[in-house]
Structures are given as C-alpha cells and as structure tokens.
Design a protein around this ligand. Structure first.
Ligand code: NFS
Ligand code: SF4
Length: 678
C-alpha cells in the first residue's frame, strides 16, 4: 500500500460513524445513539471506532514496571519457532510480563471490591455502636447467622442459664472482627471455612488461604515490582490468595453486612431500561456501587419534604433510578427501577431528561461530564476517592455521620436543576418488567422450600436431569464488542440446553432488558426440563443475585449445593461453569480468578491479555485444572462460548455418573446418602 493509500484509508476510518444497529442489540441504546449523533455528542461508541487497542497490550506483553521500558514483546507474525527468545531489557520473559500484568489486574479488582467492603464494615460498626442515626441493624436473623463464622457468641450464660446476648453487643463484636479482616497479618480469614471442607483443605495444602485482605493485595504489588517474582506460577499463587481474599472476604463481608444494614434481598419486581425515566418528573440516576450512598438517596427522594419541593419546581414527582451495580442494590431491596447497564451511562444523559447523575465509585466514565455539558444534567460526585476534573461536575461529599442530610442536599440539587431542562428531551419507550433479588437464602426458600430447608430439590432436579447444570453468567459491557449481544446469546444457549443461570452485574441488566428475568421466560427460552422446573416453582430461569460484590452469593449458593449432597464433595465436582461474555474491568479478573480457585471452569469473552505468552496461557487454561479443578478459558464467539460451558457441564455429569439418563424419581434420604458415600 502506498503512503497515499494508507492516508486515504485512515481518513475513511476516521469518518466512519457509529451504526446503532451494529454496536448494540438494545433498542433504547440504539435510539439514544441516533439522538447523540443528531445532537453532535460523542460517546464511547464513537471512540471505539476511531481508537483501536494496542495489539501488544492486548496480548499482555507490554511491560512498563520500570523506566527502562516500556518493553514490548509482541508475538512474532509467523509464531514462535523453536525457543522463545523474546526478553525485556532485564530479561523478563513474555510469561513473567503477562503474569505480572494479570496479577496487577487482580490486585486492582480485589482492592476495589474490598475497599467498598471496608467502607461497609466501618458504617456497620458505627451503626452497631449507635454513632449514627441514619443506619441501623435491620436483619437480625442474618446477624445471628453470621456471628458464629466470626467466632462471636450469640448467647451468654447468666446464673447457669443460657441467655440471648444483646443484639447490638453482638453486632459490635462482629463489626470489629469483620473490620480487622483487612489488616490481619497472619492466620486465616474467617470465611475461608465457609467453603466446602474439601475446598478449604485444598487451599490449605496449596498454602493459598489469605492471611488478611489488604496484605495479599499489597504482596501482589510488591511481587510484581521490577525484579521480584519471576516465575509465573508463583505469581499466580499470590493472585489466588488475593482473589480468595476478595471473593470470600472483601466482597462476601460487604454483601453480608449490607444485608444486615439494609435487609437481605428476597424476590421482588422491578423495571429496567431508559424508559423508566419520566419527562414530567425530576429524574435522578444513582450510578456506581455503594449502597451506603444510594440507600440514603432512596430515603431522601421519598421524603415528603423533597416531594413537596419537587412539586414547587413544577415536577409531578421524583424518579430515582439506578445504573450499574448501585442499581442492582436498590432494585433488590426497594424495587427501584434500573435505567441501564454500563454502556448506557452517557446515553441516559442524552435523553435530555436527566436532572442529576449522582456517582460514587467504580465504572463511572469520565466522559459523562463532557456529555452532561451538552445538556442540562448535573453530574454530582460524592466520594472523596472519586472526583472528576472534566466538565463542570459538582462535588457534594457524602459523610456517613450525617448521611441523610447529605442525601437531601444531593436530591435538592437535582430538583433545583429541573427547571433548566432544554426542550429536546426524548425518553425511549423501551422498558421491561423483571423479578429480581434471589439471594442464596431466597433460593433456598424457593427451590428448597421449608420442608427440607436445603438445596436438595435443586440437586434432585440436577441429578434427574431436568436441569443439566448451573451457569454463572456475570460481568460488564465492553465497547469493543456489540453491547449486550454476547450476554444474551450465551444465556439463551444455556437455557435452551436446560442449564439454569445465576446472574449479577451488568449481565443481569442485559437479561432484564431482554425479558429473561421473568417466570414467563421459562416457556419461551428453556429446554423442556428446565422449563418444567421453573414453571412448577414459579421462578425465572435466570436468577438475579445482585451486584458484582454479590458474586459472593454465587459462591455461597454453590457451597449450599455441595452441602445438600448427591453432587460430589466439592464445587469442582458440580456440573457448573462460569462466564463473563463482555467483561472489561479489573474487578472481573479478580472475580474470574476466585471462581477458578473455587474449582469453577470460567470462560471469558472479548479477549484476555495473556495470548502473547503461550506458556502462561496454557498454565491458566489447562494446568490450573489439575491444581484447583477449575481453569480459565477465552472464547470470543458467544455460541461456542456457551457450548464449551455445556461440554464442561456434561464432563462433570459423566464423572458423577449422571450421564446415563437417570429415571426421574424423587430420591429419598437413603438414596441420597448412598450417593454421598459413593
Ligand atoms: Ni461489575 Fe458492576 Fe458493570 Fe462490570 Fe462495572 S457495574 S461491579 S464491573 S461494568 S459488571
Ligand atoms: Fe523492561 Fe524489565 Fe523494566 Fe519491565 S521490568 S520495563 S521488562 S526492564
């Protein structure tokens, strides 16, 4: 190609505009992309066309861990012939470089989840000590259930008689011990013992039980500093510690304490997509992750004082909707609507009807501040960890000690902005109904029933083959792939093949928008076995379990399935697989790795920055199976992605002797014990 030709081609590429039907399968998103183009507003979808990723970074083999680099080691075009001679200046191999980069993603992801968890633990402790008026110990049953895990007694002996301990006293002790999990230097995190016994023993044998949440993250940063750990297997061992510290401590404590403060979710109805906004109402979106903020905004937005104020300003009421994982939190506990998932954040502003976007931490695109300048929307940052320099964002700091007061200030700012609307507001009609809030306690109740109070009926349906297996499909959207398409193809393929799906995060929202989170979806999308079970029990075939920190609920559900019996002794024995078809965040890598270390075959879509280091990739994709019983995989095509999960599920069924088309009889206790003994 001549220089002129190259230039001409680049110009064509630069002019290429977004085709809404190519970049998303969601009708509301398509509609808003058309409006954005008409309004001359640039979004992430435009930049995904004009800016392509660096292929060396994509392969995972760019190192900038010291200033002698960046050292860039792309795979040679013709592949590796003979010995791989690629080296950084210091001699670091592609394996070392890719493993270090991978480890730093685990550290970033585990830190994000865990720092969120720390914040929850601090507020929990403040509530337990009654230092705040705005947060309370609500779910006492759950407090009493988790107290023994922290070795906190729930009864005392007084005059030789066993008595119940004061709830607040228990809560203080639980809060102190939970908070201490972050800074613990030795021993083991408490919740490691929650895993099935075989798993816990395996972690002990492998010496990967986390000592403390922060310590394992810091150790990743140390080991990946220039010239420290130079064996990818040893680096991954530390990733395992940090990731287990995320899944079974940082995230799991966040989930538990949030449940105690705000209530354990049980199935409830909700609505999703940009169509939940209303033109004649003050529209507020809370976007981000921490329910500490959003719970208070819910209270503020529902207060008569704020409703009156909104009316004074000419609005009919206040619509409070969520975006990203904050949305999942307030939806599950209060039935508040969801405006959309990660890739819709700029487009919510493009409606022209959004009076405020209130953000805290994580998954907030800086560009919302620029988009907001094209409309009247106020972007309000609230967390001292997360400010935005672009645009004219306002910062109203949210302090737990006067939480409700701050929340009212935020809601008032939104209401004050209502009269500033410009004429061209346009809200897409698209919205869907859904049933959400399947905590593992709720699944126990719905599928297990009170009769046995266990997951046994679920196990029974897996054993008799009505349900082929369990798929955990989670994770983000990614502008490098068609919005929501991968999510929906993977989930629908699994359902068609009788695989029940547990979901969280932005996948849950993609499923919600497509109508998969309704009991009626069973008849439309499921194979006959799964459809029958869902219809009998009255549940959707895709169970919404919450936000991304709530992936810890999936770990607990998997553990409950193991404990109910008949499906082996460990999570790695279960006919189950994990998936993140459109992942993008570092948190997804940490989650992926804690699933792998729990024994789950975990498939990612889009790409994984390991392809430039073949031996490291083989270690993650194959060799880890011999160590943990679970391993990573990368399958970009969503159909093949689902098929590989199903193949793995069938492999596990075969190992359990469930491949012979069992009679559909309900097993009794004796049969179950026989199976367990086998
Ligand atoms: Ni999870 Fe949830 Fe969404 Fe991805 Fe972001 S909101 S925490 S990281 S993009 S699923
Ligand atoms: Fe290059 Fe080694 Fe420095 Fe990385 S640590 S930038 S590979 S010299």
């Amino acid at each position: 190609m001549s220089a002129d030709e190259i230039k001409a081609k680049a110009e064509v590429k630069a002019k290429k505009t977004v085709n809404p039907r190519e970049v998303t399968v969601d009708p509301a998103t398509q509609q808003m992309l058309e409006k954005a183009a008409k309004d001359g507003v640039e979004t992430i979808f435009d930049r995904a066309i004009t800016m392509k990723p660096c292929n060396i970074g994509e392969q995972g083999t760019c190192c900038k861990n010291c200033s002698q680099g960046p050292c860039r080691l792309p795979l040679p075009k013709k592949g590796i012939e003979g010995k791989d001679e690629r080296k950084g200046l210091c001699g670091a191999t592609p394996e070392t470089i890719a493993a270090r980069n991978f480890a730093r993603m685990v550290a970033g992801g585990a830190a994000a989840h865990s720092d969120h968890g720390r914040g929850v633990a601090e507020v929990f402790l403040a509530a337990a000590r009654r230092e705040t008026e705005d947060y309370h110990i609500q779910d006492i049953e759950k407090l009493l259930e988790i107290a023994p895990d922290f070795e906190v007694a729930t009864t005392v002996i007084v005059d030789g008689q066993e008595q119940e301990r004061d709830v607040y006293e228990i809560a203080v002790e639980v809060g102190e011990k939970a908070l201490a999990e972050w800074g613990k230097q030795e021993g083991e995190i408490y919740y490691a013992k929650r895993a099935p016994e075989a798993r816990y023993k395996l972690w002990q044998d492998l010496d990967v039980v986390p000592r403390g949440i922060d310590r394992e993250i810091v150790e990743i940063m140390h080991r990946t500093h220039m010239g420290v750990d130079q064996d990818y297997r040893n680096i991954i061992k530390q990733c395992s510690r940090a990731a287990i510290g995320d899944g079974w401590a940082g995230s799991m404590i966040a989930t538990d304490l949030q449940d105690i403060l705000f209530g354990t979710p049980y199935p409830t109805q909700g609505e999703i997509n940009l169509g939940v906004l209303k033109a004649d109402h003050v529209n507020i979106i809370v976007h981000g992750h921490e329910p500490l903020l959003s719970e208070m905004i819910v209270v503020a937005a529902q207060s008569p004082e704020m409703l009156d104020y909104a009316k004074q300003k000419g609005a009919k009421g206040i619509i409070l909707a969520g975006m990203c994982c904050t949305a999942n939190e307030i939806l599950m506990r209060h039935g508040m609507p969801i405006a959309g998932n990660y890739l819709q954040q700029e487009l919510a502003i493009v409606t022209g009807a959004l009076d405020a976007m209130v953000v805290d931490v994580q998954c907030i695109m800086e560009n919302i501040a620029n988009v907001a300048q094209c409309y009247h929307t106020k972007v309000i940052t609230t967390n001292p960890r997360a400010m935005i320099e672009s645009g004219d964002t306002v910062h109203i700091e949210f302090d737990e000690h006067h939480a409700l007061e701050d929340a009212k200030k935020i809601v008032k700012t939104a209401i004050d902005n209502f009269p500033n609307r410009k004429a061209e507001a346009m809200i897409p009609a698209a919205k869907e109904k859904m049933v959400v809030g399947f905590s593992y306690e709720a699944i126990n109740y719905h599928l297990g029933g009170t009769f046995r109070g266990s997951y046994w009926p679920l196990n029974d349906n897996i054993i008799n083959g009505r349900i082929r297996g369990i798929g955990g499909v989670v994770g983000c959207n990614n502008a490098r792939t068609t919005h929501d398409e991968g999510h929906l193809i993977v989930v629908k393929e699994l359902l068609k093949n009788d695989v029940i799906v547990l979901t969280t995060g932005c996948n849950a929202m993609a499923c919600g928008k497509a109508g998969l989170l309704t009991p009626e979806a069973a008849k439309v999308y499921c194979g006959p076995g799964l459809a029958e079970v869902c219809e009998t029990v009255g549940i959707p075939p895709v169970l919404h379990m919450g936000s991304c920190v709530d992936n810890s609920r999936i770990l607990m559900a998997a553990t409950q399935v193991v404990k109910a019996g008949g499906l082996g002794k460990d999570i790695s024995d279960l006919p189950a697989a994990g998936s993140a078809p459109e992942w993008m965040s570092e948190k997804a890598i940490s989650i992926g790795h804690y699933f792998v270390t729990a024994g789950v075959y975990t498939v990612f879509g889009v790409g994984l920055p390991v392809t430039g280091a073949p031996r490291f990739q083989k270690y993650l994709f194959e060799e880890l199976e011999d160590i943990y019983g679970g391993m990573w995989d990368l399958v970009v095509d969503p159909y093949e992605h689902a098929q590989k999960m199903i193949k793995h599920i069938d492999k596990k069924r075969k190992a359990l002797g469930l491949d012979k088309g069992k009679e559909r009889v309900l097993m009794d206790m004796a049969d179950r014990q026989k199976l367990d003994a086998a």
